[in-house]
Design a protein around this ligand. Structure first.
Ligand code: CP
Ligand code: NVA
Length: 337
């Protein structure tokens, strides 16, 4: 079994901005191998401790990290911050400096993205963003991995995101830009993605040939091979629920919308879904829906990310990739010198 050192560009996964296109390819390669041959990876994180620090509820992120970590031999500790924010009882800096004495990696789910950045600033152990107000990189990685399983090549693929331009949309946008995809964002006025994420994605798109378009017209879903949506009321937005439901009412993904997409289009959702709101039962329960594949793949891509960040990506049976990865990281070291 080969255990290379961290082969990713960054020591953390705070957002999609930290991953190069090569990093995404390496993660997908490891994730595919882990999914196919889980027994080869049973000891990848042997003796490692993973800390989950969550300020918001979770089904998928919590369970996929807990079960996923255990499948790689790690112990995973969950700390519930549902009733108090990280940094209230003691400074974020002190969380980071205590946790690194016991743990090897932190996964944080926070209201404010700056809390995750602050954790990462004050510790040398890797920090993974398990969702913040700005990004949800683990979700986007699982989504692109799922699309690659269904359709193969991602470059140039035409997909649509319909709904709120926030965390999930941001990570999809940055990822699509890095992967050279063609992403149509359909968001009602006032709910478009953040301008700094848009401009960063457009800069990335110039290098990869990606196409990124933002509109409020639902007809723009025409011919798209994936139709993705998210809740209209994200965690933390509950006080604005009324106006949000009104603003998004015309942006429901239903059978009429799916009929405008490509004939082989898939329906995607990060979940949890609000059936009858952003998506109808008929769509989410249809054969076009890949939502539970996305959920399953959260575990495989996150396990790959953890293994890479902790220098334990077992690439047994993938020697060629291992060599390529080594060449790339050696090149990076030369460039950095
Ligand atoms: N998609 C996702 O992150 O789900 P949870 O909120 O249940 O973790
Ligand atoms: N945008 C949603 C995603 C949940 C996984 C939220 O932040 O609540």
């Amino acid at each position: 079994m080969i255990y290379p050192s961290n082969t990713l560009t960054s020591n953390n996964l705070l957002g999609m901005t930290q991953l190069s296109t090569d990093d995404i390819a390496s993660i997908f390669h490891t994730a595919a191998h882990m999914k196919k041959s889980p027994k080869d990876h049973r000891a990848a994180l042997d003796g490692k401790a993973v800390m989950l620090l969550f300020e918001k509820p979770s089904l998928r992120t919590r369970v996929s990290f807990e079960v996923g970590g255990a499948k790689l031999g790690a112990s995973v500790v969950y700390m519930d911050h549902g009733s108090s924010r990280i940094g209230e009882r003691e400074a974020v800096k002190d969380y980071a400096r205590n946790l690194e004495r016991w743990c090897d990696l932190i996964v944080a789910r926070t209201f404010s993205h700056t809390t995750i950045e602050e954790l990462a600033r004050h510790t040398d152990i890797p920090v993974i963003n398990g969702l913040s107000d700005l990004e949800h990189p683990c979700q986007a990685l699982a989504d692109f991995f799922t699309l690659s399983e269904v359709f193969g090549e991602l470059k140039g693929m035409k997909i649509a995101y319909i709904g709120d331009g926030n965390n999930v949309c941001h990570s999809l946008m940055l990822g699509a830009a890095k992967l050279g995809m063609d992403l149509m964002i359909i968001a009602p006025e006032g709910y478009e993605p953040a301008p700094e994420i848009v401009s960063h994605s457009l800069r990335l798109a110039r290098a990869t040939g990606a196409e990124l378009t933002i509109t409020d017209e639902i007809e723009a879903v025409h011919g798209r091979r994936a139709v993705y949506t998210d809740t209209w009321v994200s965690m933390g937005d509950e006080r604005e629920a009324g106006p949000r439901r009104a603003a998004f009412a015309e942006h429901q993904v239903n059978e009429v919308v799916m009929a405008m997409a490509a004939p082989d289009a898939v329906f995607m959702h990060c979940l949890p879904a609000h059936r009858g709101a952003e998506v109808t039962d008929a769509v989410i329960d249809s054969p076009q829906s890949v939502v539970y594949d996305q959920a399953e793949n959260r575990m495989h891509v996150q396990n790959a990310v953890m293994a890479h960040l902790l220098g334990a990506a077992s690439l047994a049976g993938a020697a060629e990739t291992y060599e390529n990865v080594e060449v790339k990281s050696a090149k990076r070291r030369v460039e950095a010198a």
